[in-house]
Every structure is written in structure tokens, then in C-alpha cells.
Write a protein that binds this ligand. Structure first.
Ligand SMILES: [Fe+2]
Length: 318
């Protein structure tokens, strides 16, 4: 749904058309045709914005992607995703569980273990795969930083390689290295620039009364990159921001608590929607809006912004 192409649409209908409710959506166990017939690769996708790496671009319950896609991925213990690469960056934000992510080059693999609210930005063209070695399933949010990515290129798919090699993302025994920011291997060095630990990321207190941890963007500890900005916002009880407008779209995925997203029309009229955990609103470029925490507890919101550059937004208290 696009505001510019639907000038007569009422603001409330427009807002409604930009909401993705967790309970209105369903996980798709057949989103990735390359996994068909390989039980060890099984994973489910819930699409919010665009199709991500799935070819299911025609899903009418999915919001249109401009500069990024956003989906949830669910994977059970013991399963993995075969090593592949893309022409564009792709981020994994862990929501629950622990995920091993491996990067491969020339038969060497570096593996990192990511926990809740940790993120990796998979670099352009780097072979990457992931595996759930822990005791609990993994829920994560994946964003690809382009509206319609090309299909992934597989490097070590079990249809072409022995299952043991596919499971280690292409590493023969002895060729797997641990994640180490001080490591000497070129992939260790490269990966260390693309992994963000929640607990190590500085918390920025805005004068507007909320916190930001900047994962991708121009801030201390962040991955500085030309892809979309990604931030974790914390909204204490009573937070209410003044309206702001961006030159690009943004998306707010509520992770904890509740957050109200308010849109404002040219004539000043307002409509709002309250989000609970795993609900999302995508606000198109140019739409004046603000956030409020209506609840009794803090809200945590994963925020994705469709540019790495200046977007015109200024955060102030209402
Ligand atoms: Fe990928």
C-alpha cells in the first residue's frame, strides 16, 4: 500500500495497511525452495516487509519493500542453513535463542555464537550459513538491504556436498576458527567489523527521554556502513516524542512492552496504532509521525531506517 498512489485513502486506512500483526500472520515452512527435501535445513519465515531471500514476492499480506526487507525466521535445534552468498548486505538480529553464524572463504570458516539482541551484518558476497547448536529454537529478524534481492548463490548445499561438510559451511575438520576480534585470519578480522554485541554497544540517552543502541549507523560501537540504519530503542514509561519526518521509510518492530505509533496528516489530524511484541509498523517516506509508550513498563523497539545518510529526523520530547 502506497500513500502517494492512493491519495484518497483515509489516514486510518493507510496506517492500518502499513501494520504487520504477529497474530494475523503465519510462518511459512515452504518459503525457501532450495530447502525442500532436506529436513536438516527446515526453517520457517514470517514476512513483514518484502520477501527477503524467499521468491514469494507476491504475498498480499506482506508490506511493500522500498530500501529494505524485514522478516522473522524460526529455526529449531540441530538444523542449519547451507553456506550461500548475496549481492547485498543482510542482517540477522537474534530475538531469542543462540545462533552460530559461519563465514567461509577458501575452505576456512569462522564461527560466531550470537545471543539475544546480538546482530551480524553479513557482508556483500561473503559465504555465510547458520546453525542452531543450542537447546532452544532461534527466532531472529532478518533484513536484506534492498527491496528485491537476487536469489542466494549456494556454496555448500547438501545436494552438492557431503552433509558433514554442508553442516560446517564448507570447513573440513580443523578448518573452523572461532570468532576473535584480535585474531590474525583475514576472515576473523573481517567478521569482527560486522558483529555487534548488545551488551558491548553503548547506550545513547537522547534528550527526548529514550535510549538508542546504534547497530548500523554513525555512532560509537556501530557498524559504519552504506546500508540501512538499524537501532534498538528503549522507551521508558511515559515516553512521548515530538513529531518528526524522514526522507526515507522506517519500520518499528516492537520486541518488548507496547508502543504506540502515531501518524499525522497534512491538516494535523492524527491516527495511531498500538503495537505489542512482534507487531510492526512501516512508515513511508515523508509521513510525519511519532512514538509513545502507553504502557506501565519499558518498550523495546527494533528500528530500521531506509538510508545510511541524513534522514531529516530530529528527536525531541513532545
Ligand atoms: Fe543469507
Amino acid at each position: 500500500m502506497n500513500i502517494v498512489s492512493n491519495p484518497d485513502m483515509k489516514l486510518a486506512d493507510e496506517l492500518h495497511a502499513h501494520v504487520g500483526r504477529f497474530t494475523d500472520k503465519a510462518f511459512d515452512w515452504n518459503a525457501f525452495p532450495s530447502n525442500a527435501g532436506f529436513d536438516e535445513l527446515a526453517r520457517a519465515q514470517m514476512r513483514y516487509i518484502g520477501a527477503g531471500g524467499s521468491p514469494k514476492v507476491g504475498d498480499p499480506s506482506t508490506l511493500k519493500a522500498d530500501n529494505f526487507t524485514l522478516s522473522l525466521i524460526y529455526k529449531e535445534p540441530g538444523r542449519y542453513a547451507a553456506c550461500h552468498s548475496h549481492e547485498i548486505e543482510e542482517s540477522f538480529l537474534i530475538i531469542s535463542g543462540a545462533l552460530i553464524v559461519g563465514w567461509e572463504r577458501d575452505g576456512d570458516v569462522v564461527e560466531v555464537n550470537l545471543g539475544p539482541k546480538d546482530m551480524i551484518l553479513n557482508a556483500r558476497e561473503i559465504g555465510h550459513g547458520f546453525r542452531v547448536d543450542g537447546v532452544e529454537p532461534v527466532m531472529m529478524s532478518i533484513s536484506v538491504d534492498v527491496g528485491k534481492p537476487l536469489p542466494p548463490v549456494y556454496h555448500y548445499h547438501p545436494k552438492d556436498h557431503p552433509p558433514e561438510l554442508a553442516r560446517t559451511f564448507g570447513a573440513e575438520p580443523g578448518r573452523t576458527l572461532p570468532f576473535d576480534a584480535d585474531g590474525t585470519h583475514p576472515i576473523q578480522k573481517l567478521m569482527s567489523e560486522y558483529v555487534v554485541r548488545y551488551s558491548e554497544l553503548p547506550t545513547i540517552w537522547e534528550d527526548a527521554g529514550f535510549t538508542r543502541k546504534v547497530y548500523v549507523g554513525d555512532a560509537p560501537g556501530a557498524i559504519r556502513h552504506d546500508s540501512c540504519r538499524k537501532e534498538m530503542w528503549g522507551l521508558p514509561v511515559g515516553t512521548c516524542l515530538a513529531p518528526f519526518t524522514r526522507t526515507v521509510e522506517d519500520a518499528y518492530l516492537c520486541l518488548e512492552g507496547s508502543v504506540e505509533v502515531v501518524w499525522i496528516d497534512e491538516d494535523g489530524s492524527q491516527v495511531s496504532v498500538e503495537l505489542g511484541p512482534r507487531d510492526l509498523v512501516k512508515t513511508p517516506a515523508g509521513r510525519k509521525h511519532y512514538l509513545r509508550n502507553p504502557g506501565a513498563g519499558a518498550a523495546t523497539v527494533w528500528t530500521v531506517i531506509g538510508t545510511s545518510g541524513e534522514d531529516g529526523a530530529v528527536y525531541k520530547k513532545a
